[in-house]
Design a protein around this ligand. Structure first.
Ligand code: WTA
Length: 635
């Protein structure tokens, strides 16, 4: 691939060119992909609508780049290696040839069941290879996939299916996660009561869980695949897509109550994920890359599926959790498969560090060459442990900062090429033009400064819209500061000019690397009949990064607090999913509000953090005495 620096000087030169001649820079990279027809124009854009188009007029299919082109020289090389939840079960390897055939078969299954270009397909599956196959099969026929994380509840799924107007669901009877069996089909059945747009459901048999299969609506994956095979449908002509046609929708939380469907398009997303993967990881052919993320989140989309496969890489995927059957599981996988590159989240690192170093005994980690971190700020202690105990001091660590909306990595060290500093995303990657602004949107120059992180020029992997509501996209990302994309993150540029993400500056929490909107959790809690009002804030949590702290006002003052707490947790699980359950619930008689009725979250945050001494000015509150009550009542 072009424009991949091999030392710091080269990075500086490439970065400079990417800013001075962005079109040329990206075109040079894009030229190495398979296009049926090249673009008419590299880029047209304005951030005011916003309207961003990369490689407009180009015709191609992303799966030809992820599969077909590797059949020439890598047909028998592994594309996906899958480790199941239970280490006693055999792992599975899909070569590029076998993955290609499975994708074509399933693409034909979808076609047989009436899916056509532009249809939305909801995928709610465990972390099994069939999930990758389903995603790529959609891309093959131009259907838009919307993958929903397996931890979401029926209500969350229904909201997402309705918003996308999905026509078909691909799911499984169940899924394994550590000691748990997740009843996926059962949850889907619950969701579908509210989803008239769904015509068909395809169900993978993963756990042999008894499920209800509705005639003419529900079909077994294996029977459908057998049928396609009997019909000889082992190839499937790729649908010719425009570079700017939609590839997928992925729902993510923001500061309002309703998750938004971030839309990525085919051409730019492919070029961006493939380039950043190759560049940041300094990927060499034959290296095994293990990304521990779930495909339900953007990291799995970009760096288990599209980025690695577009590079003909070997992508390792894992069904389980890092601490099952014991906290040595990840190291066993690295040892067994001789993993070269490990890409994981600070939460996982912290929890494995807390489990103790004995879990590393006897594990051969010498295959590791490069390490990555993603999803949340990494604290220095975890960084050092990762560096010393896992990388044995010889593996560069890339702390990659990016978002669902950015499609791929934006700021990160480049492995072995650019300098690193614990907890720092360091420098923008080539093609990424960042700046810090103050509250008024004025650029903050110089070093040793903090501000809100914005981006001033388009990059190919950026979101194009929020599904069905373009105005929301404009308002959320492009209206806070005119002509800039606002990330929602605070950022420090230190004395050396190194960047460090300091965390969200909006009402979004990052719990174990999962994005959770405070308003969403509040809405869920408020649905409980006993609740009048609630306020959610984050607080520092040793393992999760951030924990969820709920302040709740109830109708009655006489109730069983423990039972009510359980009820509230149940309600959040039912409405959103277990990921959003508060870690702490405090019952209060009121909330600190301004005279105009706005909740002063700053104060609640301080109390949740245990910092009662410096609550700032409370005199503008409607009822300042409520603060004392909350402080006293804190457990
Ligand atoms: C945070 C995940 C610090 C950040 C890829 C961002 C990070 C949000 C880092 C996006 C990092 C992600 N250092 N913070 N290396 N990476 N974040 O959409 O607050 O799930 O805005 O995408 O995670 O989360 P998302």
């Amino acid at each position: 691939m072009k424009n991949i620096p091999s030392d710091f000087q080269e990075y500086l030169a490439i970065y400079k060119q990417s800013v001075e001649q962005p079109e040329l820079f990206w075109e040079t990279i894009a030229n190495d992909f398979v296009w049926r027809k090249k673009w008419d124009k590299v880029l047209t854009w304005n951030f005011s609508e916003p309207s961003v188009k990369w490689f407009e007029g180009a015709k191609f299919n992303i799966t030809e780049n992820c599969l077909d082109r590797h059949l020439i020289d890598k047909a028998d090389q592994a594309a996906i290696i899958w480790e199941p939840n239970n280490p006693n079960d055999a792992h599975k390897t899909y070569t590029y040839q076998s993955l290609y055939t499975q994708v074509c078969l399933f693409a034909n299954v979808l076609k047989n069941r009436g899916v056509v270009k532009g249809d939305r397909v909801c995928i709610y599956m465990p972390m099994v290879p069939e999930l990758v196959i389903a995603v790529l099969a959609c891309a093959r026929i131009g259907a838009i996939h919307s993958v929903i994380f397996g931890g979401f509840s029926a209500q969350s799924i229904a909201d997402r299916i309705q918003d996308a107007g999905a026509k078909i669901v691909v799911t499984a009877d169940g899924g394994y996660r550590g000691t748990k069996d997740i009843p996926l089909k059962f949850v889907i059945d619950d969701a579908l009561v509210q989803c008239p747009s769904i015509e068909k459901v395809i169900v993978l048999n993963r756990t042999n869980t008894p499920v209800s299969m509705i005639k003419d609506r529900d079909f077994w994956w294996h029977e459908e695949m057998e049928m396609a095979e009997e019909m000889g449908l082992t190839t499937c002509d790729p649908e010719l897509m425009d570079a700017e046609d939609m590839l997928f929708i992925l729902y993510t939380s923001g500061s309002t109550g309703k998750p938004k469907g971030v839309v990525h398009t085919c051409g730019g997303y492919m070029v961006y994920t493939a380039y950043t993967f190759n560049n940041v990881m300094q990927y060499k052919p034959g290296e095994k890359f293990f990304c521990t993320a779930d495909i339900g989140w953007i990291t799995g989309h970009s760096y288990i599926i599209y980025g690695p496969l577009a590079n003909g890489a070997i992508s390792m995927m894992f069904e389980g959790v890092p601490n099952f059957p014991d906290p040595g599981r990840m190291w066993d996988i690295v040892d067994k498969h001789e993993i070269d590159i490990l890409y994981t989240a600070p939460t996982a690192i912290r929890s494995l560090m807390a489990a103790g170093n004995q879990w590393l005994d006897g594990k051969d980690l010498s295959s590791l060459k490069k390490l990555g971190s993603v999803g949340e700020p990494i604290n220095e202690e975890a960084w050092n442990w990762y560096n010393e105990k896992i990388g044995k001091g010889k593996c560069p660590i890339v702390d990659t900062w990016w978002q669902t909306e950015t499609g791929g990595m934006m700021m990160s060290p480049i492995a072995g090429v650019t300098p690193v500093k614990p907890g720092y995303a360091m420098f923008p990657l080539p093609g990424v033009q960042v700046l810090l602004v103050d509250e008024k949107g004025e650029e903050i120059h110089g070093n040793g400064v903090k501000g809100n992180l914005c981006i001033k020029f388009p990059w190919p992997g950026m979101l194009r819209t929020t599904y069905g509501d373009h105005e929301r996209c404009r308002q959320t990302y492009f209206s806070t500061y005119p002509n800039l994309y606002f990330t929602g993150d605070g950022c420090l540029r230190d004395e050396d000019g190194y960047y460090r993400i300091t965390g969200r500056v909006d009402d979004v929490l990052n719990v174990s690397g999962h994005r959770i909107g405070t308003a969403e959790v509040e809405n869920a809690i408020n649905m409980h009949t006993g609740v009048v009002e609630s306020a959610i804030v984050g607080y520092p949590h040793e393992i999760k990064g951030q924990g969820i702290y709920a302040y709740v006002i109830c109708h009655s003052t006489h109730f069983d607090e423990d039972l009510m707490r359980q009820d509230i947790l149940q309600t959040v699980s039912r409405i959103i999913g277990a990921v959003a359950k508060p870690d702490k619930v405090q019952f209060v008689s009121g909330l600190p509000k301004t005279r105009s009725g706005k909740i002063m979250r700053r104060i609640l945050r301080k109390i949740a953090e245990g910092d009662n001494t410096n609550l700032g000015d409370t005199s503008t509150l409607l009822d300042p005495s409520i603060v004392d009550e909350i402080v006293k009542g804190k457990y």
